[in-house]
Design a protein around this ligand. Structure first.
Ligand SMILES: NC(=O)c1ccc[n+]([C@@H]2O[C@H](COP(=O)([O-])OP(=O)(O)OC[C@H]3O[C@@H](n4cnc5c(N)ncnc54)[C@H](OP(=O)(O)O)[C@@H]3O)[C@@H](O)[C@H]2O)c1
Length: 299
């Protein structure tokens, strides 16, 4: 039986907020709720999670906050991920750090995420990392089941190569609408290895994780990072904006339609990223950052 998957692609905000570091922020449920409301007020409605974040605890912290105002649920898009197994006191049955793409694991993981997030559906479920043992037909069955039950609306992947993406897409009727990969001025690989071209070809939304290289762009001291930071500083000064805004504008400038997933819990930093959506970098400026990062001229 074929399933009537929604034909629409990713319908998230231009900028997404990630919650990988939520546990580190040490917030009460009320403080988390305030942050969620501030994000929504800025137009940032897409929230990125994974079952494993914060040693399996971030989804639950978010859910505790959402429980205080359940009416916010339909004003946001929740992305979460499954299938990394992480040995942890929270999950004593896990012995080996590995991946699990068995149907039963995917279904159980989604049920746990729904419980933790205290909501009835996930907007987009991503397979967190590719596994050599992934059986695409079995994953497709899990997708059908989750979609039919209304537990997941859309599906996607993360850290998949174009070939891994195509393999899975060839076995499922569910359109894969996202590939979330590392993209930043210090993470150029997917600009150059065909991953972004493939997404552009298939109208798949690239979500960029660690758009500031996890903060390294601001604090890293390697020769390469200093070189990139120098150029970013020069551009920021010339354009009258901040360095973080140049980075966001650099990602947004790419024609594949990159959605940066911001990682800070500082709302001013998110606001700055949202304002950067108004900046359009010139091709000269875009290439200056690329050249500084790769450390040599283009051919
Ligand atoms: N799919 C995957 O495999 C994967 C992997 C990693 C992450 N992710 C997702 O991507 C999201 C973002 O990742 P990330 O947290 O590494 O993103 P990031 O935005 O690259 O890094 C966040 C870090 O940068 C610092 N920072 C941000 N702006 C700054 C500024 N203007 N000056 C100085 N420091 C600044 C933050 O410090 P403050 O907190 O002090 O602001 C924070 O420590 C995660 O939350 C998660 O949702 C996905």
């Amino acid at each position: 039986m074929r399933h009537q998957y929604h034909p629409l692609g990713f319908e998230g905000s231009r900028i997404a907020q990630g919650f990988w570091r939520l546990q580190e922020w040490g917030w009460s449920a009320q403080e988390t709720l305030t942050f969620i409301e501030q994000c929504l007020a800025l137009g940032v409605t897409t929230f990125d999670h994974a079952d494993i974040y914060g040693d399996y605890q971030c989804e639950g912290l978010f859910g505790e906050a959402l429980k205080r105002k359940p009416e916010l649920r339909d004003k946001m898009e929740i992305v979460t991920k499954c299938s990394i197994l992480l040995p942890s006191e929270q999950r004593p049955e896990i012995k080996v750090h590995r991946y699990d793409y068995r149907r039963e694991h995917i279904l159980a993981s989604v049920d746990r995420s729904l419980d933790n997030l205290q909501c009835e559906y996930i907007d987009t479920l991503l397979l967190h990392r590719p596994s050599p043992l992934m059986d695409a037909d079995e994953v497709a069955q899990a997708f059908d089941h989750l979609f039919t039950l209304g537990k997941v609306k859309h599906f996607g992947v993360s850290n998949f190569t174009p070939q891994q993406f195509d393999l899975l897409q060839s076995r499922t009727d569910a359109p894969l609408i996202v590939n979330q990969v590392e993209l930043s001025p210090l993470a150029l690989q997917h600009f150059q290895d065909g991953t972004l071209d493939h997404m552009q070809q298939h109208a798949v939304t690239p979500m960029a994780w660690s758009p500031f290289a996890g903060g390294d762009l601001f604090s890293g001291q390697t020769e390469r990072t200093l070189r990139v930071r120098n150029v970013l500083n020069e551009l920021a000064e010339a354009l009258g904006v901040s360095v973080d805004q140049v980075v966001v504008a650099w990602l947004l400038r790419h024609p594949a339609g990159i959605c940066p997933v911001m990682g800070s819990g500082n709302i001013e930093r998110l606001q700055s990223a949202v304002e950067a959506c108004q900046i359009r970098l010139s091709d000269d400026d875009w290439f200056r950052v690329l050249i500084a990062s790769q450390g040599h001229d283009v051919p």
